[in-house]
Design a binder for this molecule. Structure first.
Ligand code: E4P
Length: 219
């Protein structure tokens, strides 16, 4: 499973990169607003540090023509830019028209909450689809069940669109996505840290350090 970091904060992206596990980055207008930086500055900094892995950047237009125009502009920012387009009628149309026109734009259909939305995202030829697990859980439905159905449908028909499990809230979401064979999980920085932290690792290490001193082991 590929690991994307779900943030626009440069320092967080750099830390995950240093760990050697960064496969990509996803942003959205909310995440960019949290950086306190102007949008263009925040995105250019990310693209400078991550020039060779997919970086999702969201359109703000909501009409088909506006989304297409923005998508083409965003794609000019870097060959690794993936344009996030919402799963609306205009959004789906924008993606199919971009394809028909031969535009070289990679797309990520965002704000996906049902298997049928994901089916349509694949049908219009999106590069990625992003089901929002946490937000589905928030309305007392099962986000992981939605993801499982999408995985099954995509496997059944051999769709090439990659699934990005998004809106991840905790490590158990990540674990269960991995068990389902999801292509990618886009994970908040805080949750990535929780993936390697374990109290028994800390306790065990403390004991080993003490015992090494007792045994006179040093390097
Ligand atoms: C990423 O592509 C999504 O925009 C993000 O995961 C949404 O997460 P949230 O539901 O925690 O805002």
């Amino acid at each position: 499973m590929k690991i994307f970091v779900d943030t626009a904060v440069l320092e967080e992206i750099l830390e995950v990169k240093k760990l050697g596990i960064l496969d990509g980055v996803t942003t959205n207008p909310t995440l960019v607003s949290k950086t306190g930086k102007p949008w263009k500055e925040a995105i250019s900094e990310i693209l400078k540090e991550v020039p060779d892995k997919p970086v999702s950047v969201e359109v703000v237009a909501t009409d088909c023509e506006g989304m297409k125009r923005e998508a083409k502009e965003l794609a000019e920012l870097g060959k690794n830019v993936v344009v996030k387009i919402p799963c609306t009628e205009d959004g789906l149309r924008a993606i199919s028209e971009l394809h028909r026109e031969g535009a070289n734009v990679k797309t990520n259909v965002t704000l996906v909450f049902s298997p049928l939305q994901a089916l349509l995202a694949a049908k219009v030829g999106a590069t990625y689809v992003s089901p929002f697990i946490g937000r589905i859980d928030d309305i007392s439905y099962d986000g992981l069940q939605v993801v499982e159905e999408i995985v099954d449908i995509y496997q059944f028909y051999g769709f090439e669109t990659e699934i990005i499990a998004a809106s991840i809230r905790h490590v158990d979401h990540v674990r269960r996505c991995a068990a389902l064979g999801v292509d990618i999980a886009t994970i908040p920085f805080k949750v990535i840290k929780q993936m390697y932290k374990h109290p028994l690792t800390d306790i065990g290490l403390e004991r080993f350090v003490k015992d090494a001193e007792k045994a006179g082991i040093s390097i």
